[in-house]
Design a binder for this molecule. Structure first.
Ligand code: FE
Length: 198
């Protein structure tokens, strides 16, 4: 069994926020997916040891901000790498509260807001899988980031390779520098030389 075959699955990147007893907390995950359309249901998988997971299990609801290509790397790392047990990660992070009081990120390249109730959970050992019923969905401007696009952006110091002709932002899993010379922009067909790091 080749577990690296699983690297072929594409993911987005999301900030999951919970308010509990007046305290705001959020963490970054790549594990939000739409499960059904009619009615709309989502799944969310979270590490058990994560503080936000504890809060979400008590609260039975979450606020999800869908992160975009323009979401600053520093913000993702701040919400992703520190534990809310020890620090107030949300201090100075612009956010608004949804109807349940849970925090949604404002600005910062966020492309959609989802508020949802947790309707069931499955114990997966290291993680809980939550099934979510949305109570509010809002689409904002911008293109969502993929997890691989975020990692590529991180490897270029937060910059992105952008086509100067059509403004397509490269977000493939292969580092831009390692793309073959014959590679062309998938949107306008210009060669690699038309791309700039910005
Ligand atoms: Fe292009």
């Amino acid at each position: 069994m080749d577990v690296t075959a699983l690297f072929k699955i594409q993911y987005g990147l999301f900030a999951v926020g919970v308010e509990q007893e007046g305290r705001l907390n959020a963490c970054v995950v790549n594990t939000v997916a739409q499960a059904t359309a009619e009615p709309p249901q989502l799944t969310l998988t979270m590490q058990k040891r994560n503080f936000t997971t504890e809060l979400a299990r008590k609260k039975r609801s979450v606020a999800i901000s869908v992160l975009g290509e323009k979401t600053p790397i520093e913000l993702i790392e701040r919400l992703g790498t520190q534990s809310g047990r020890d620090t107030d990660k949300m201090e100075d992070v612009p956010c608004m509260r949804d109807a349940a009081g849970n925090p949604l990120l404002v600005g910062n390249g966020v492309v959609a807001h989802y508020s949802a109730e947790i309707t069931s959970e499955v114990d997966l050992g290291s993680h809980y899988l939550f099934v979510l019923k949305p109570t509010a969905l809002e689409k904002l401007d911008g293109t969502p980031t993929t997890y691989s696009g975020y990692r590529a952006r991180k490897s270029t110091g937060g910059k992105q390779w952008v086509c100067t002709i059509c403004h397509y932002v490269y977000d493939g899993a292969t580092p831009f520098e390692e793309l073959p010379e014959g590679w062309v922009c998938p949107v306008c067909g210009e060669p690699k030389s038309a791309f700039v790091l910005e």
